[in-house]
Design a protein around this ligand. Structure first.
Ligand SMILES: [Zn+2]
Ligand SMILES: [Zn+2]
Length: 228
């Protein structure tokens, strides 16, 4: 598989060259994971899988979009009634796409996606507090994990809903690395928060230093990652 990270900026005001666009990952030019920018439709993907209905991942929430692609979402939205709700794995040609429910928000459902092709397995977590233990089996033997970088500090920004006791927000990058090393030896971080933009070069180094025995790196807009 050949992955192209189209955008690496989280839902934050700061921006920088090569770290400016919102979430989107193109797989082999035909599958798009998240539609953070309407401009990504220029790649003419056949399938689009949305991780959750936040505006930096689903541009159709903030503007009208036109596409022939089949769009999959974790829950129905009146903003795009033609989108299909995905709840189980599906096949498209040589690909198998496996949704993995995630913990992130109280208001919207969220799911990461495993993309499989030819025995290779890549997981894109998108915004994340945690993956519930009952779904951990699905994450075994991943060739690559692409996860989020909203917060560098351990613990990230996770709050708890007093009514339901459910956590929501974003885990810190160190927490995510600690979790995903159990499933992969290669991690790419994207979806950067404000912390990243204060000193981009230093932030990239801080991310790389977290790799203790695993390959960990920071994405940038347009980064191509071969997985073979
Ligand atoms: Zn986000
Ligand atoms: Zn989000």
């Amino acid at each position: 598989m050949r992955l192209k990270i189209l955008g690496t900026r989280g839902n934050v005001p700061p921006s920088a060259p090569h770290y400016a666009r919102h979430s989107g990952i193109l797989v082999d030019g035909r599958i798009l994971l998240d539609l953070g920018e309407p401009a990504y439709l220029r790649y003419r993907p056949r399938h689009i899988f949305i991780t959750h209905l936040h505006r930096d991942h689903a541009a159709f929430l903030r503007t009208e979009v036109r596409t022939d692609a089949e769009i999959y979402v974790p829950e129905h939205t009146s903003r795009l009634p033609v989108a299909r709700v995905i709840s189980r794995p599906l096949r498209s040609g040589p690909y198998r796409i496996v949704p993995v429910p995630t913990v992130h928000s109280l208001k919207v459902r969220s799911t990461g996606y495993i993309i499989e092709r030819g025995g290779r397995r890549v997981f894109y977590s998108s915004d994340l507090v945690a993956v519930e233990p009952r779904y951990h089996r699905r994450l075994r033997r991943l060739d690559l994990v692409i996860t989020e970088g909203s917060y560098m500090r351990k613990g990230g920004l996770v709050r708890t809903d007093p009514a339901s006791g459910r956590p929501f927000g974003h885990a810190g990058i160190p927490d995510l690395v600690e979790f995903f090393v159990g499933f992969t030896s290669r991690i790419v971080v994207t979806h950067f928060g404000s912390w990243f933009y204060k000193d981009v070069a230093a932030s990239i180094k801080r991310i790389e230093r977290l790799g203790d025995g695993v390959r960990i790196s920071a994405a940038r807009d347009g980064l191509v990652i071969p997985v073979e």
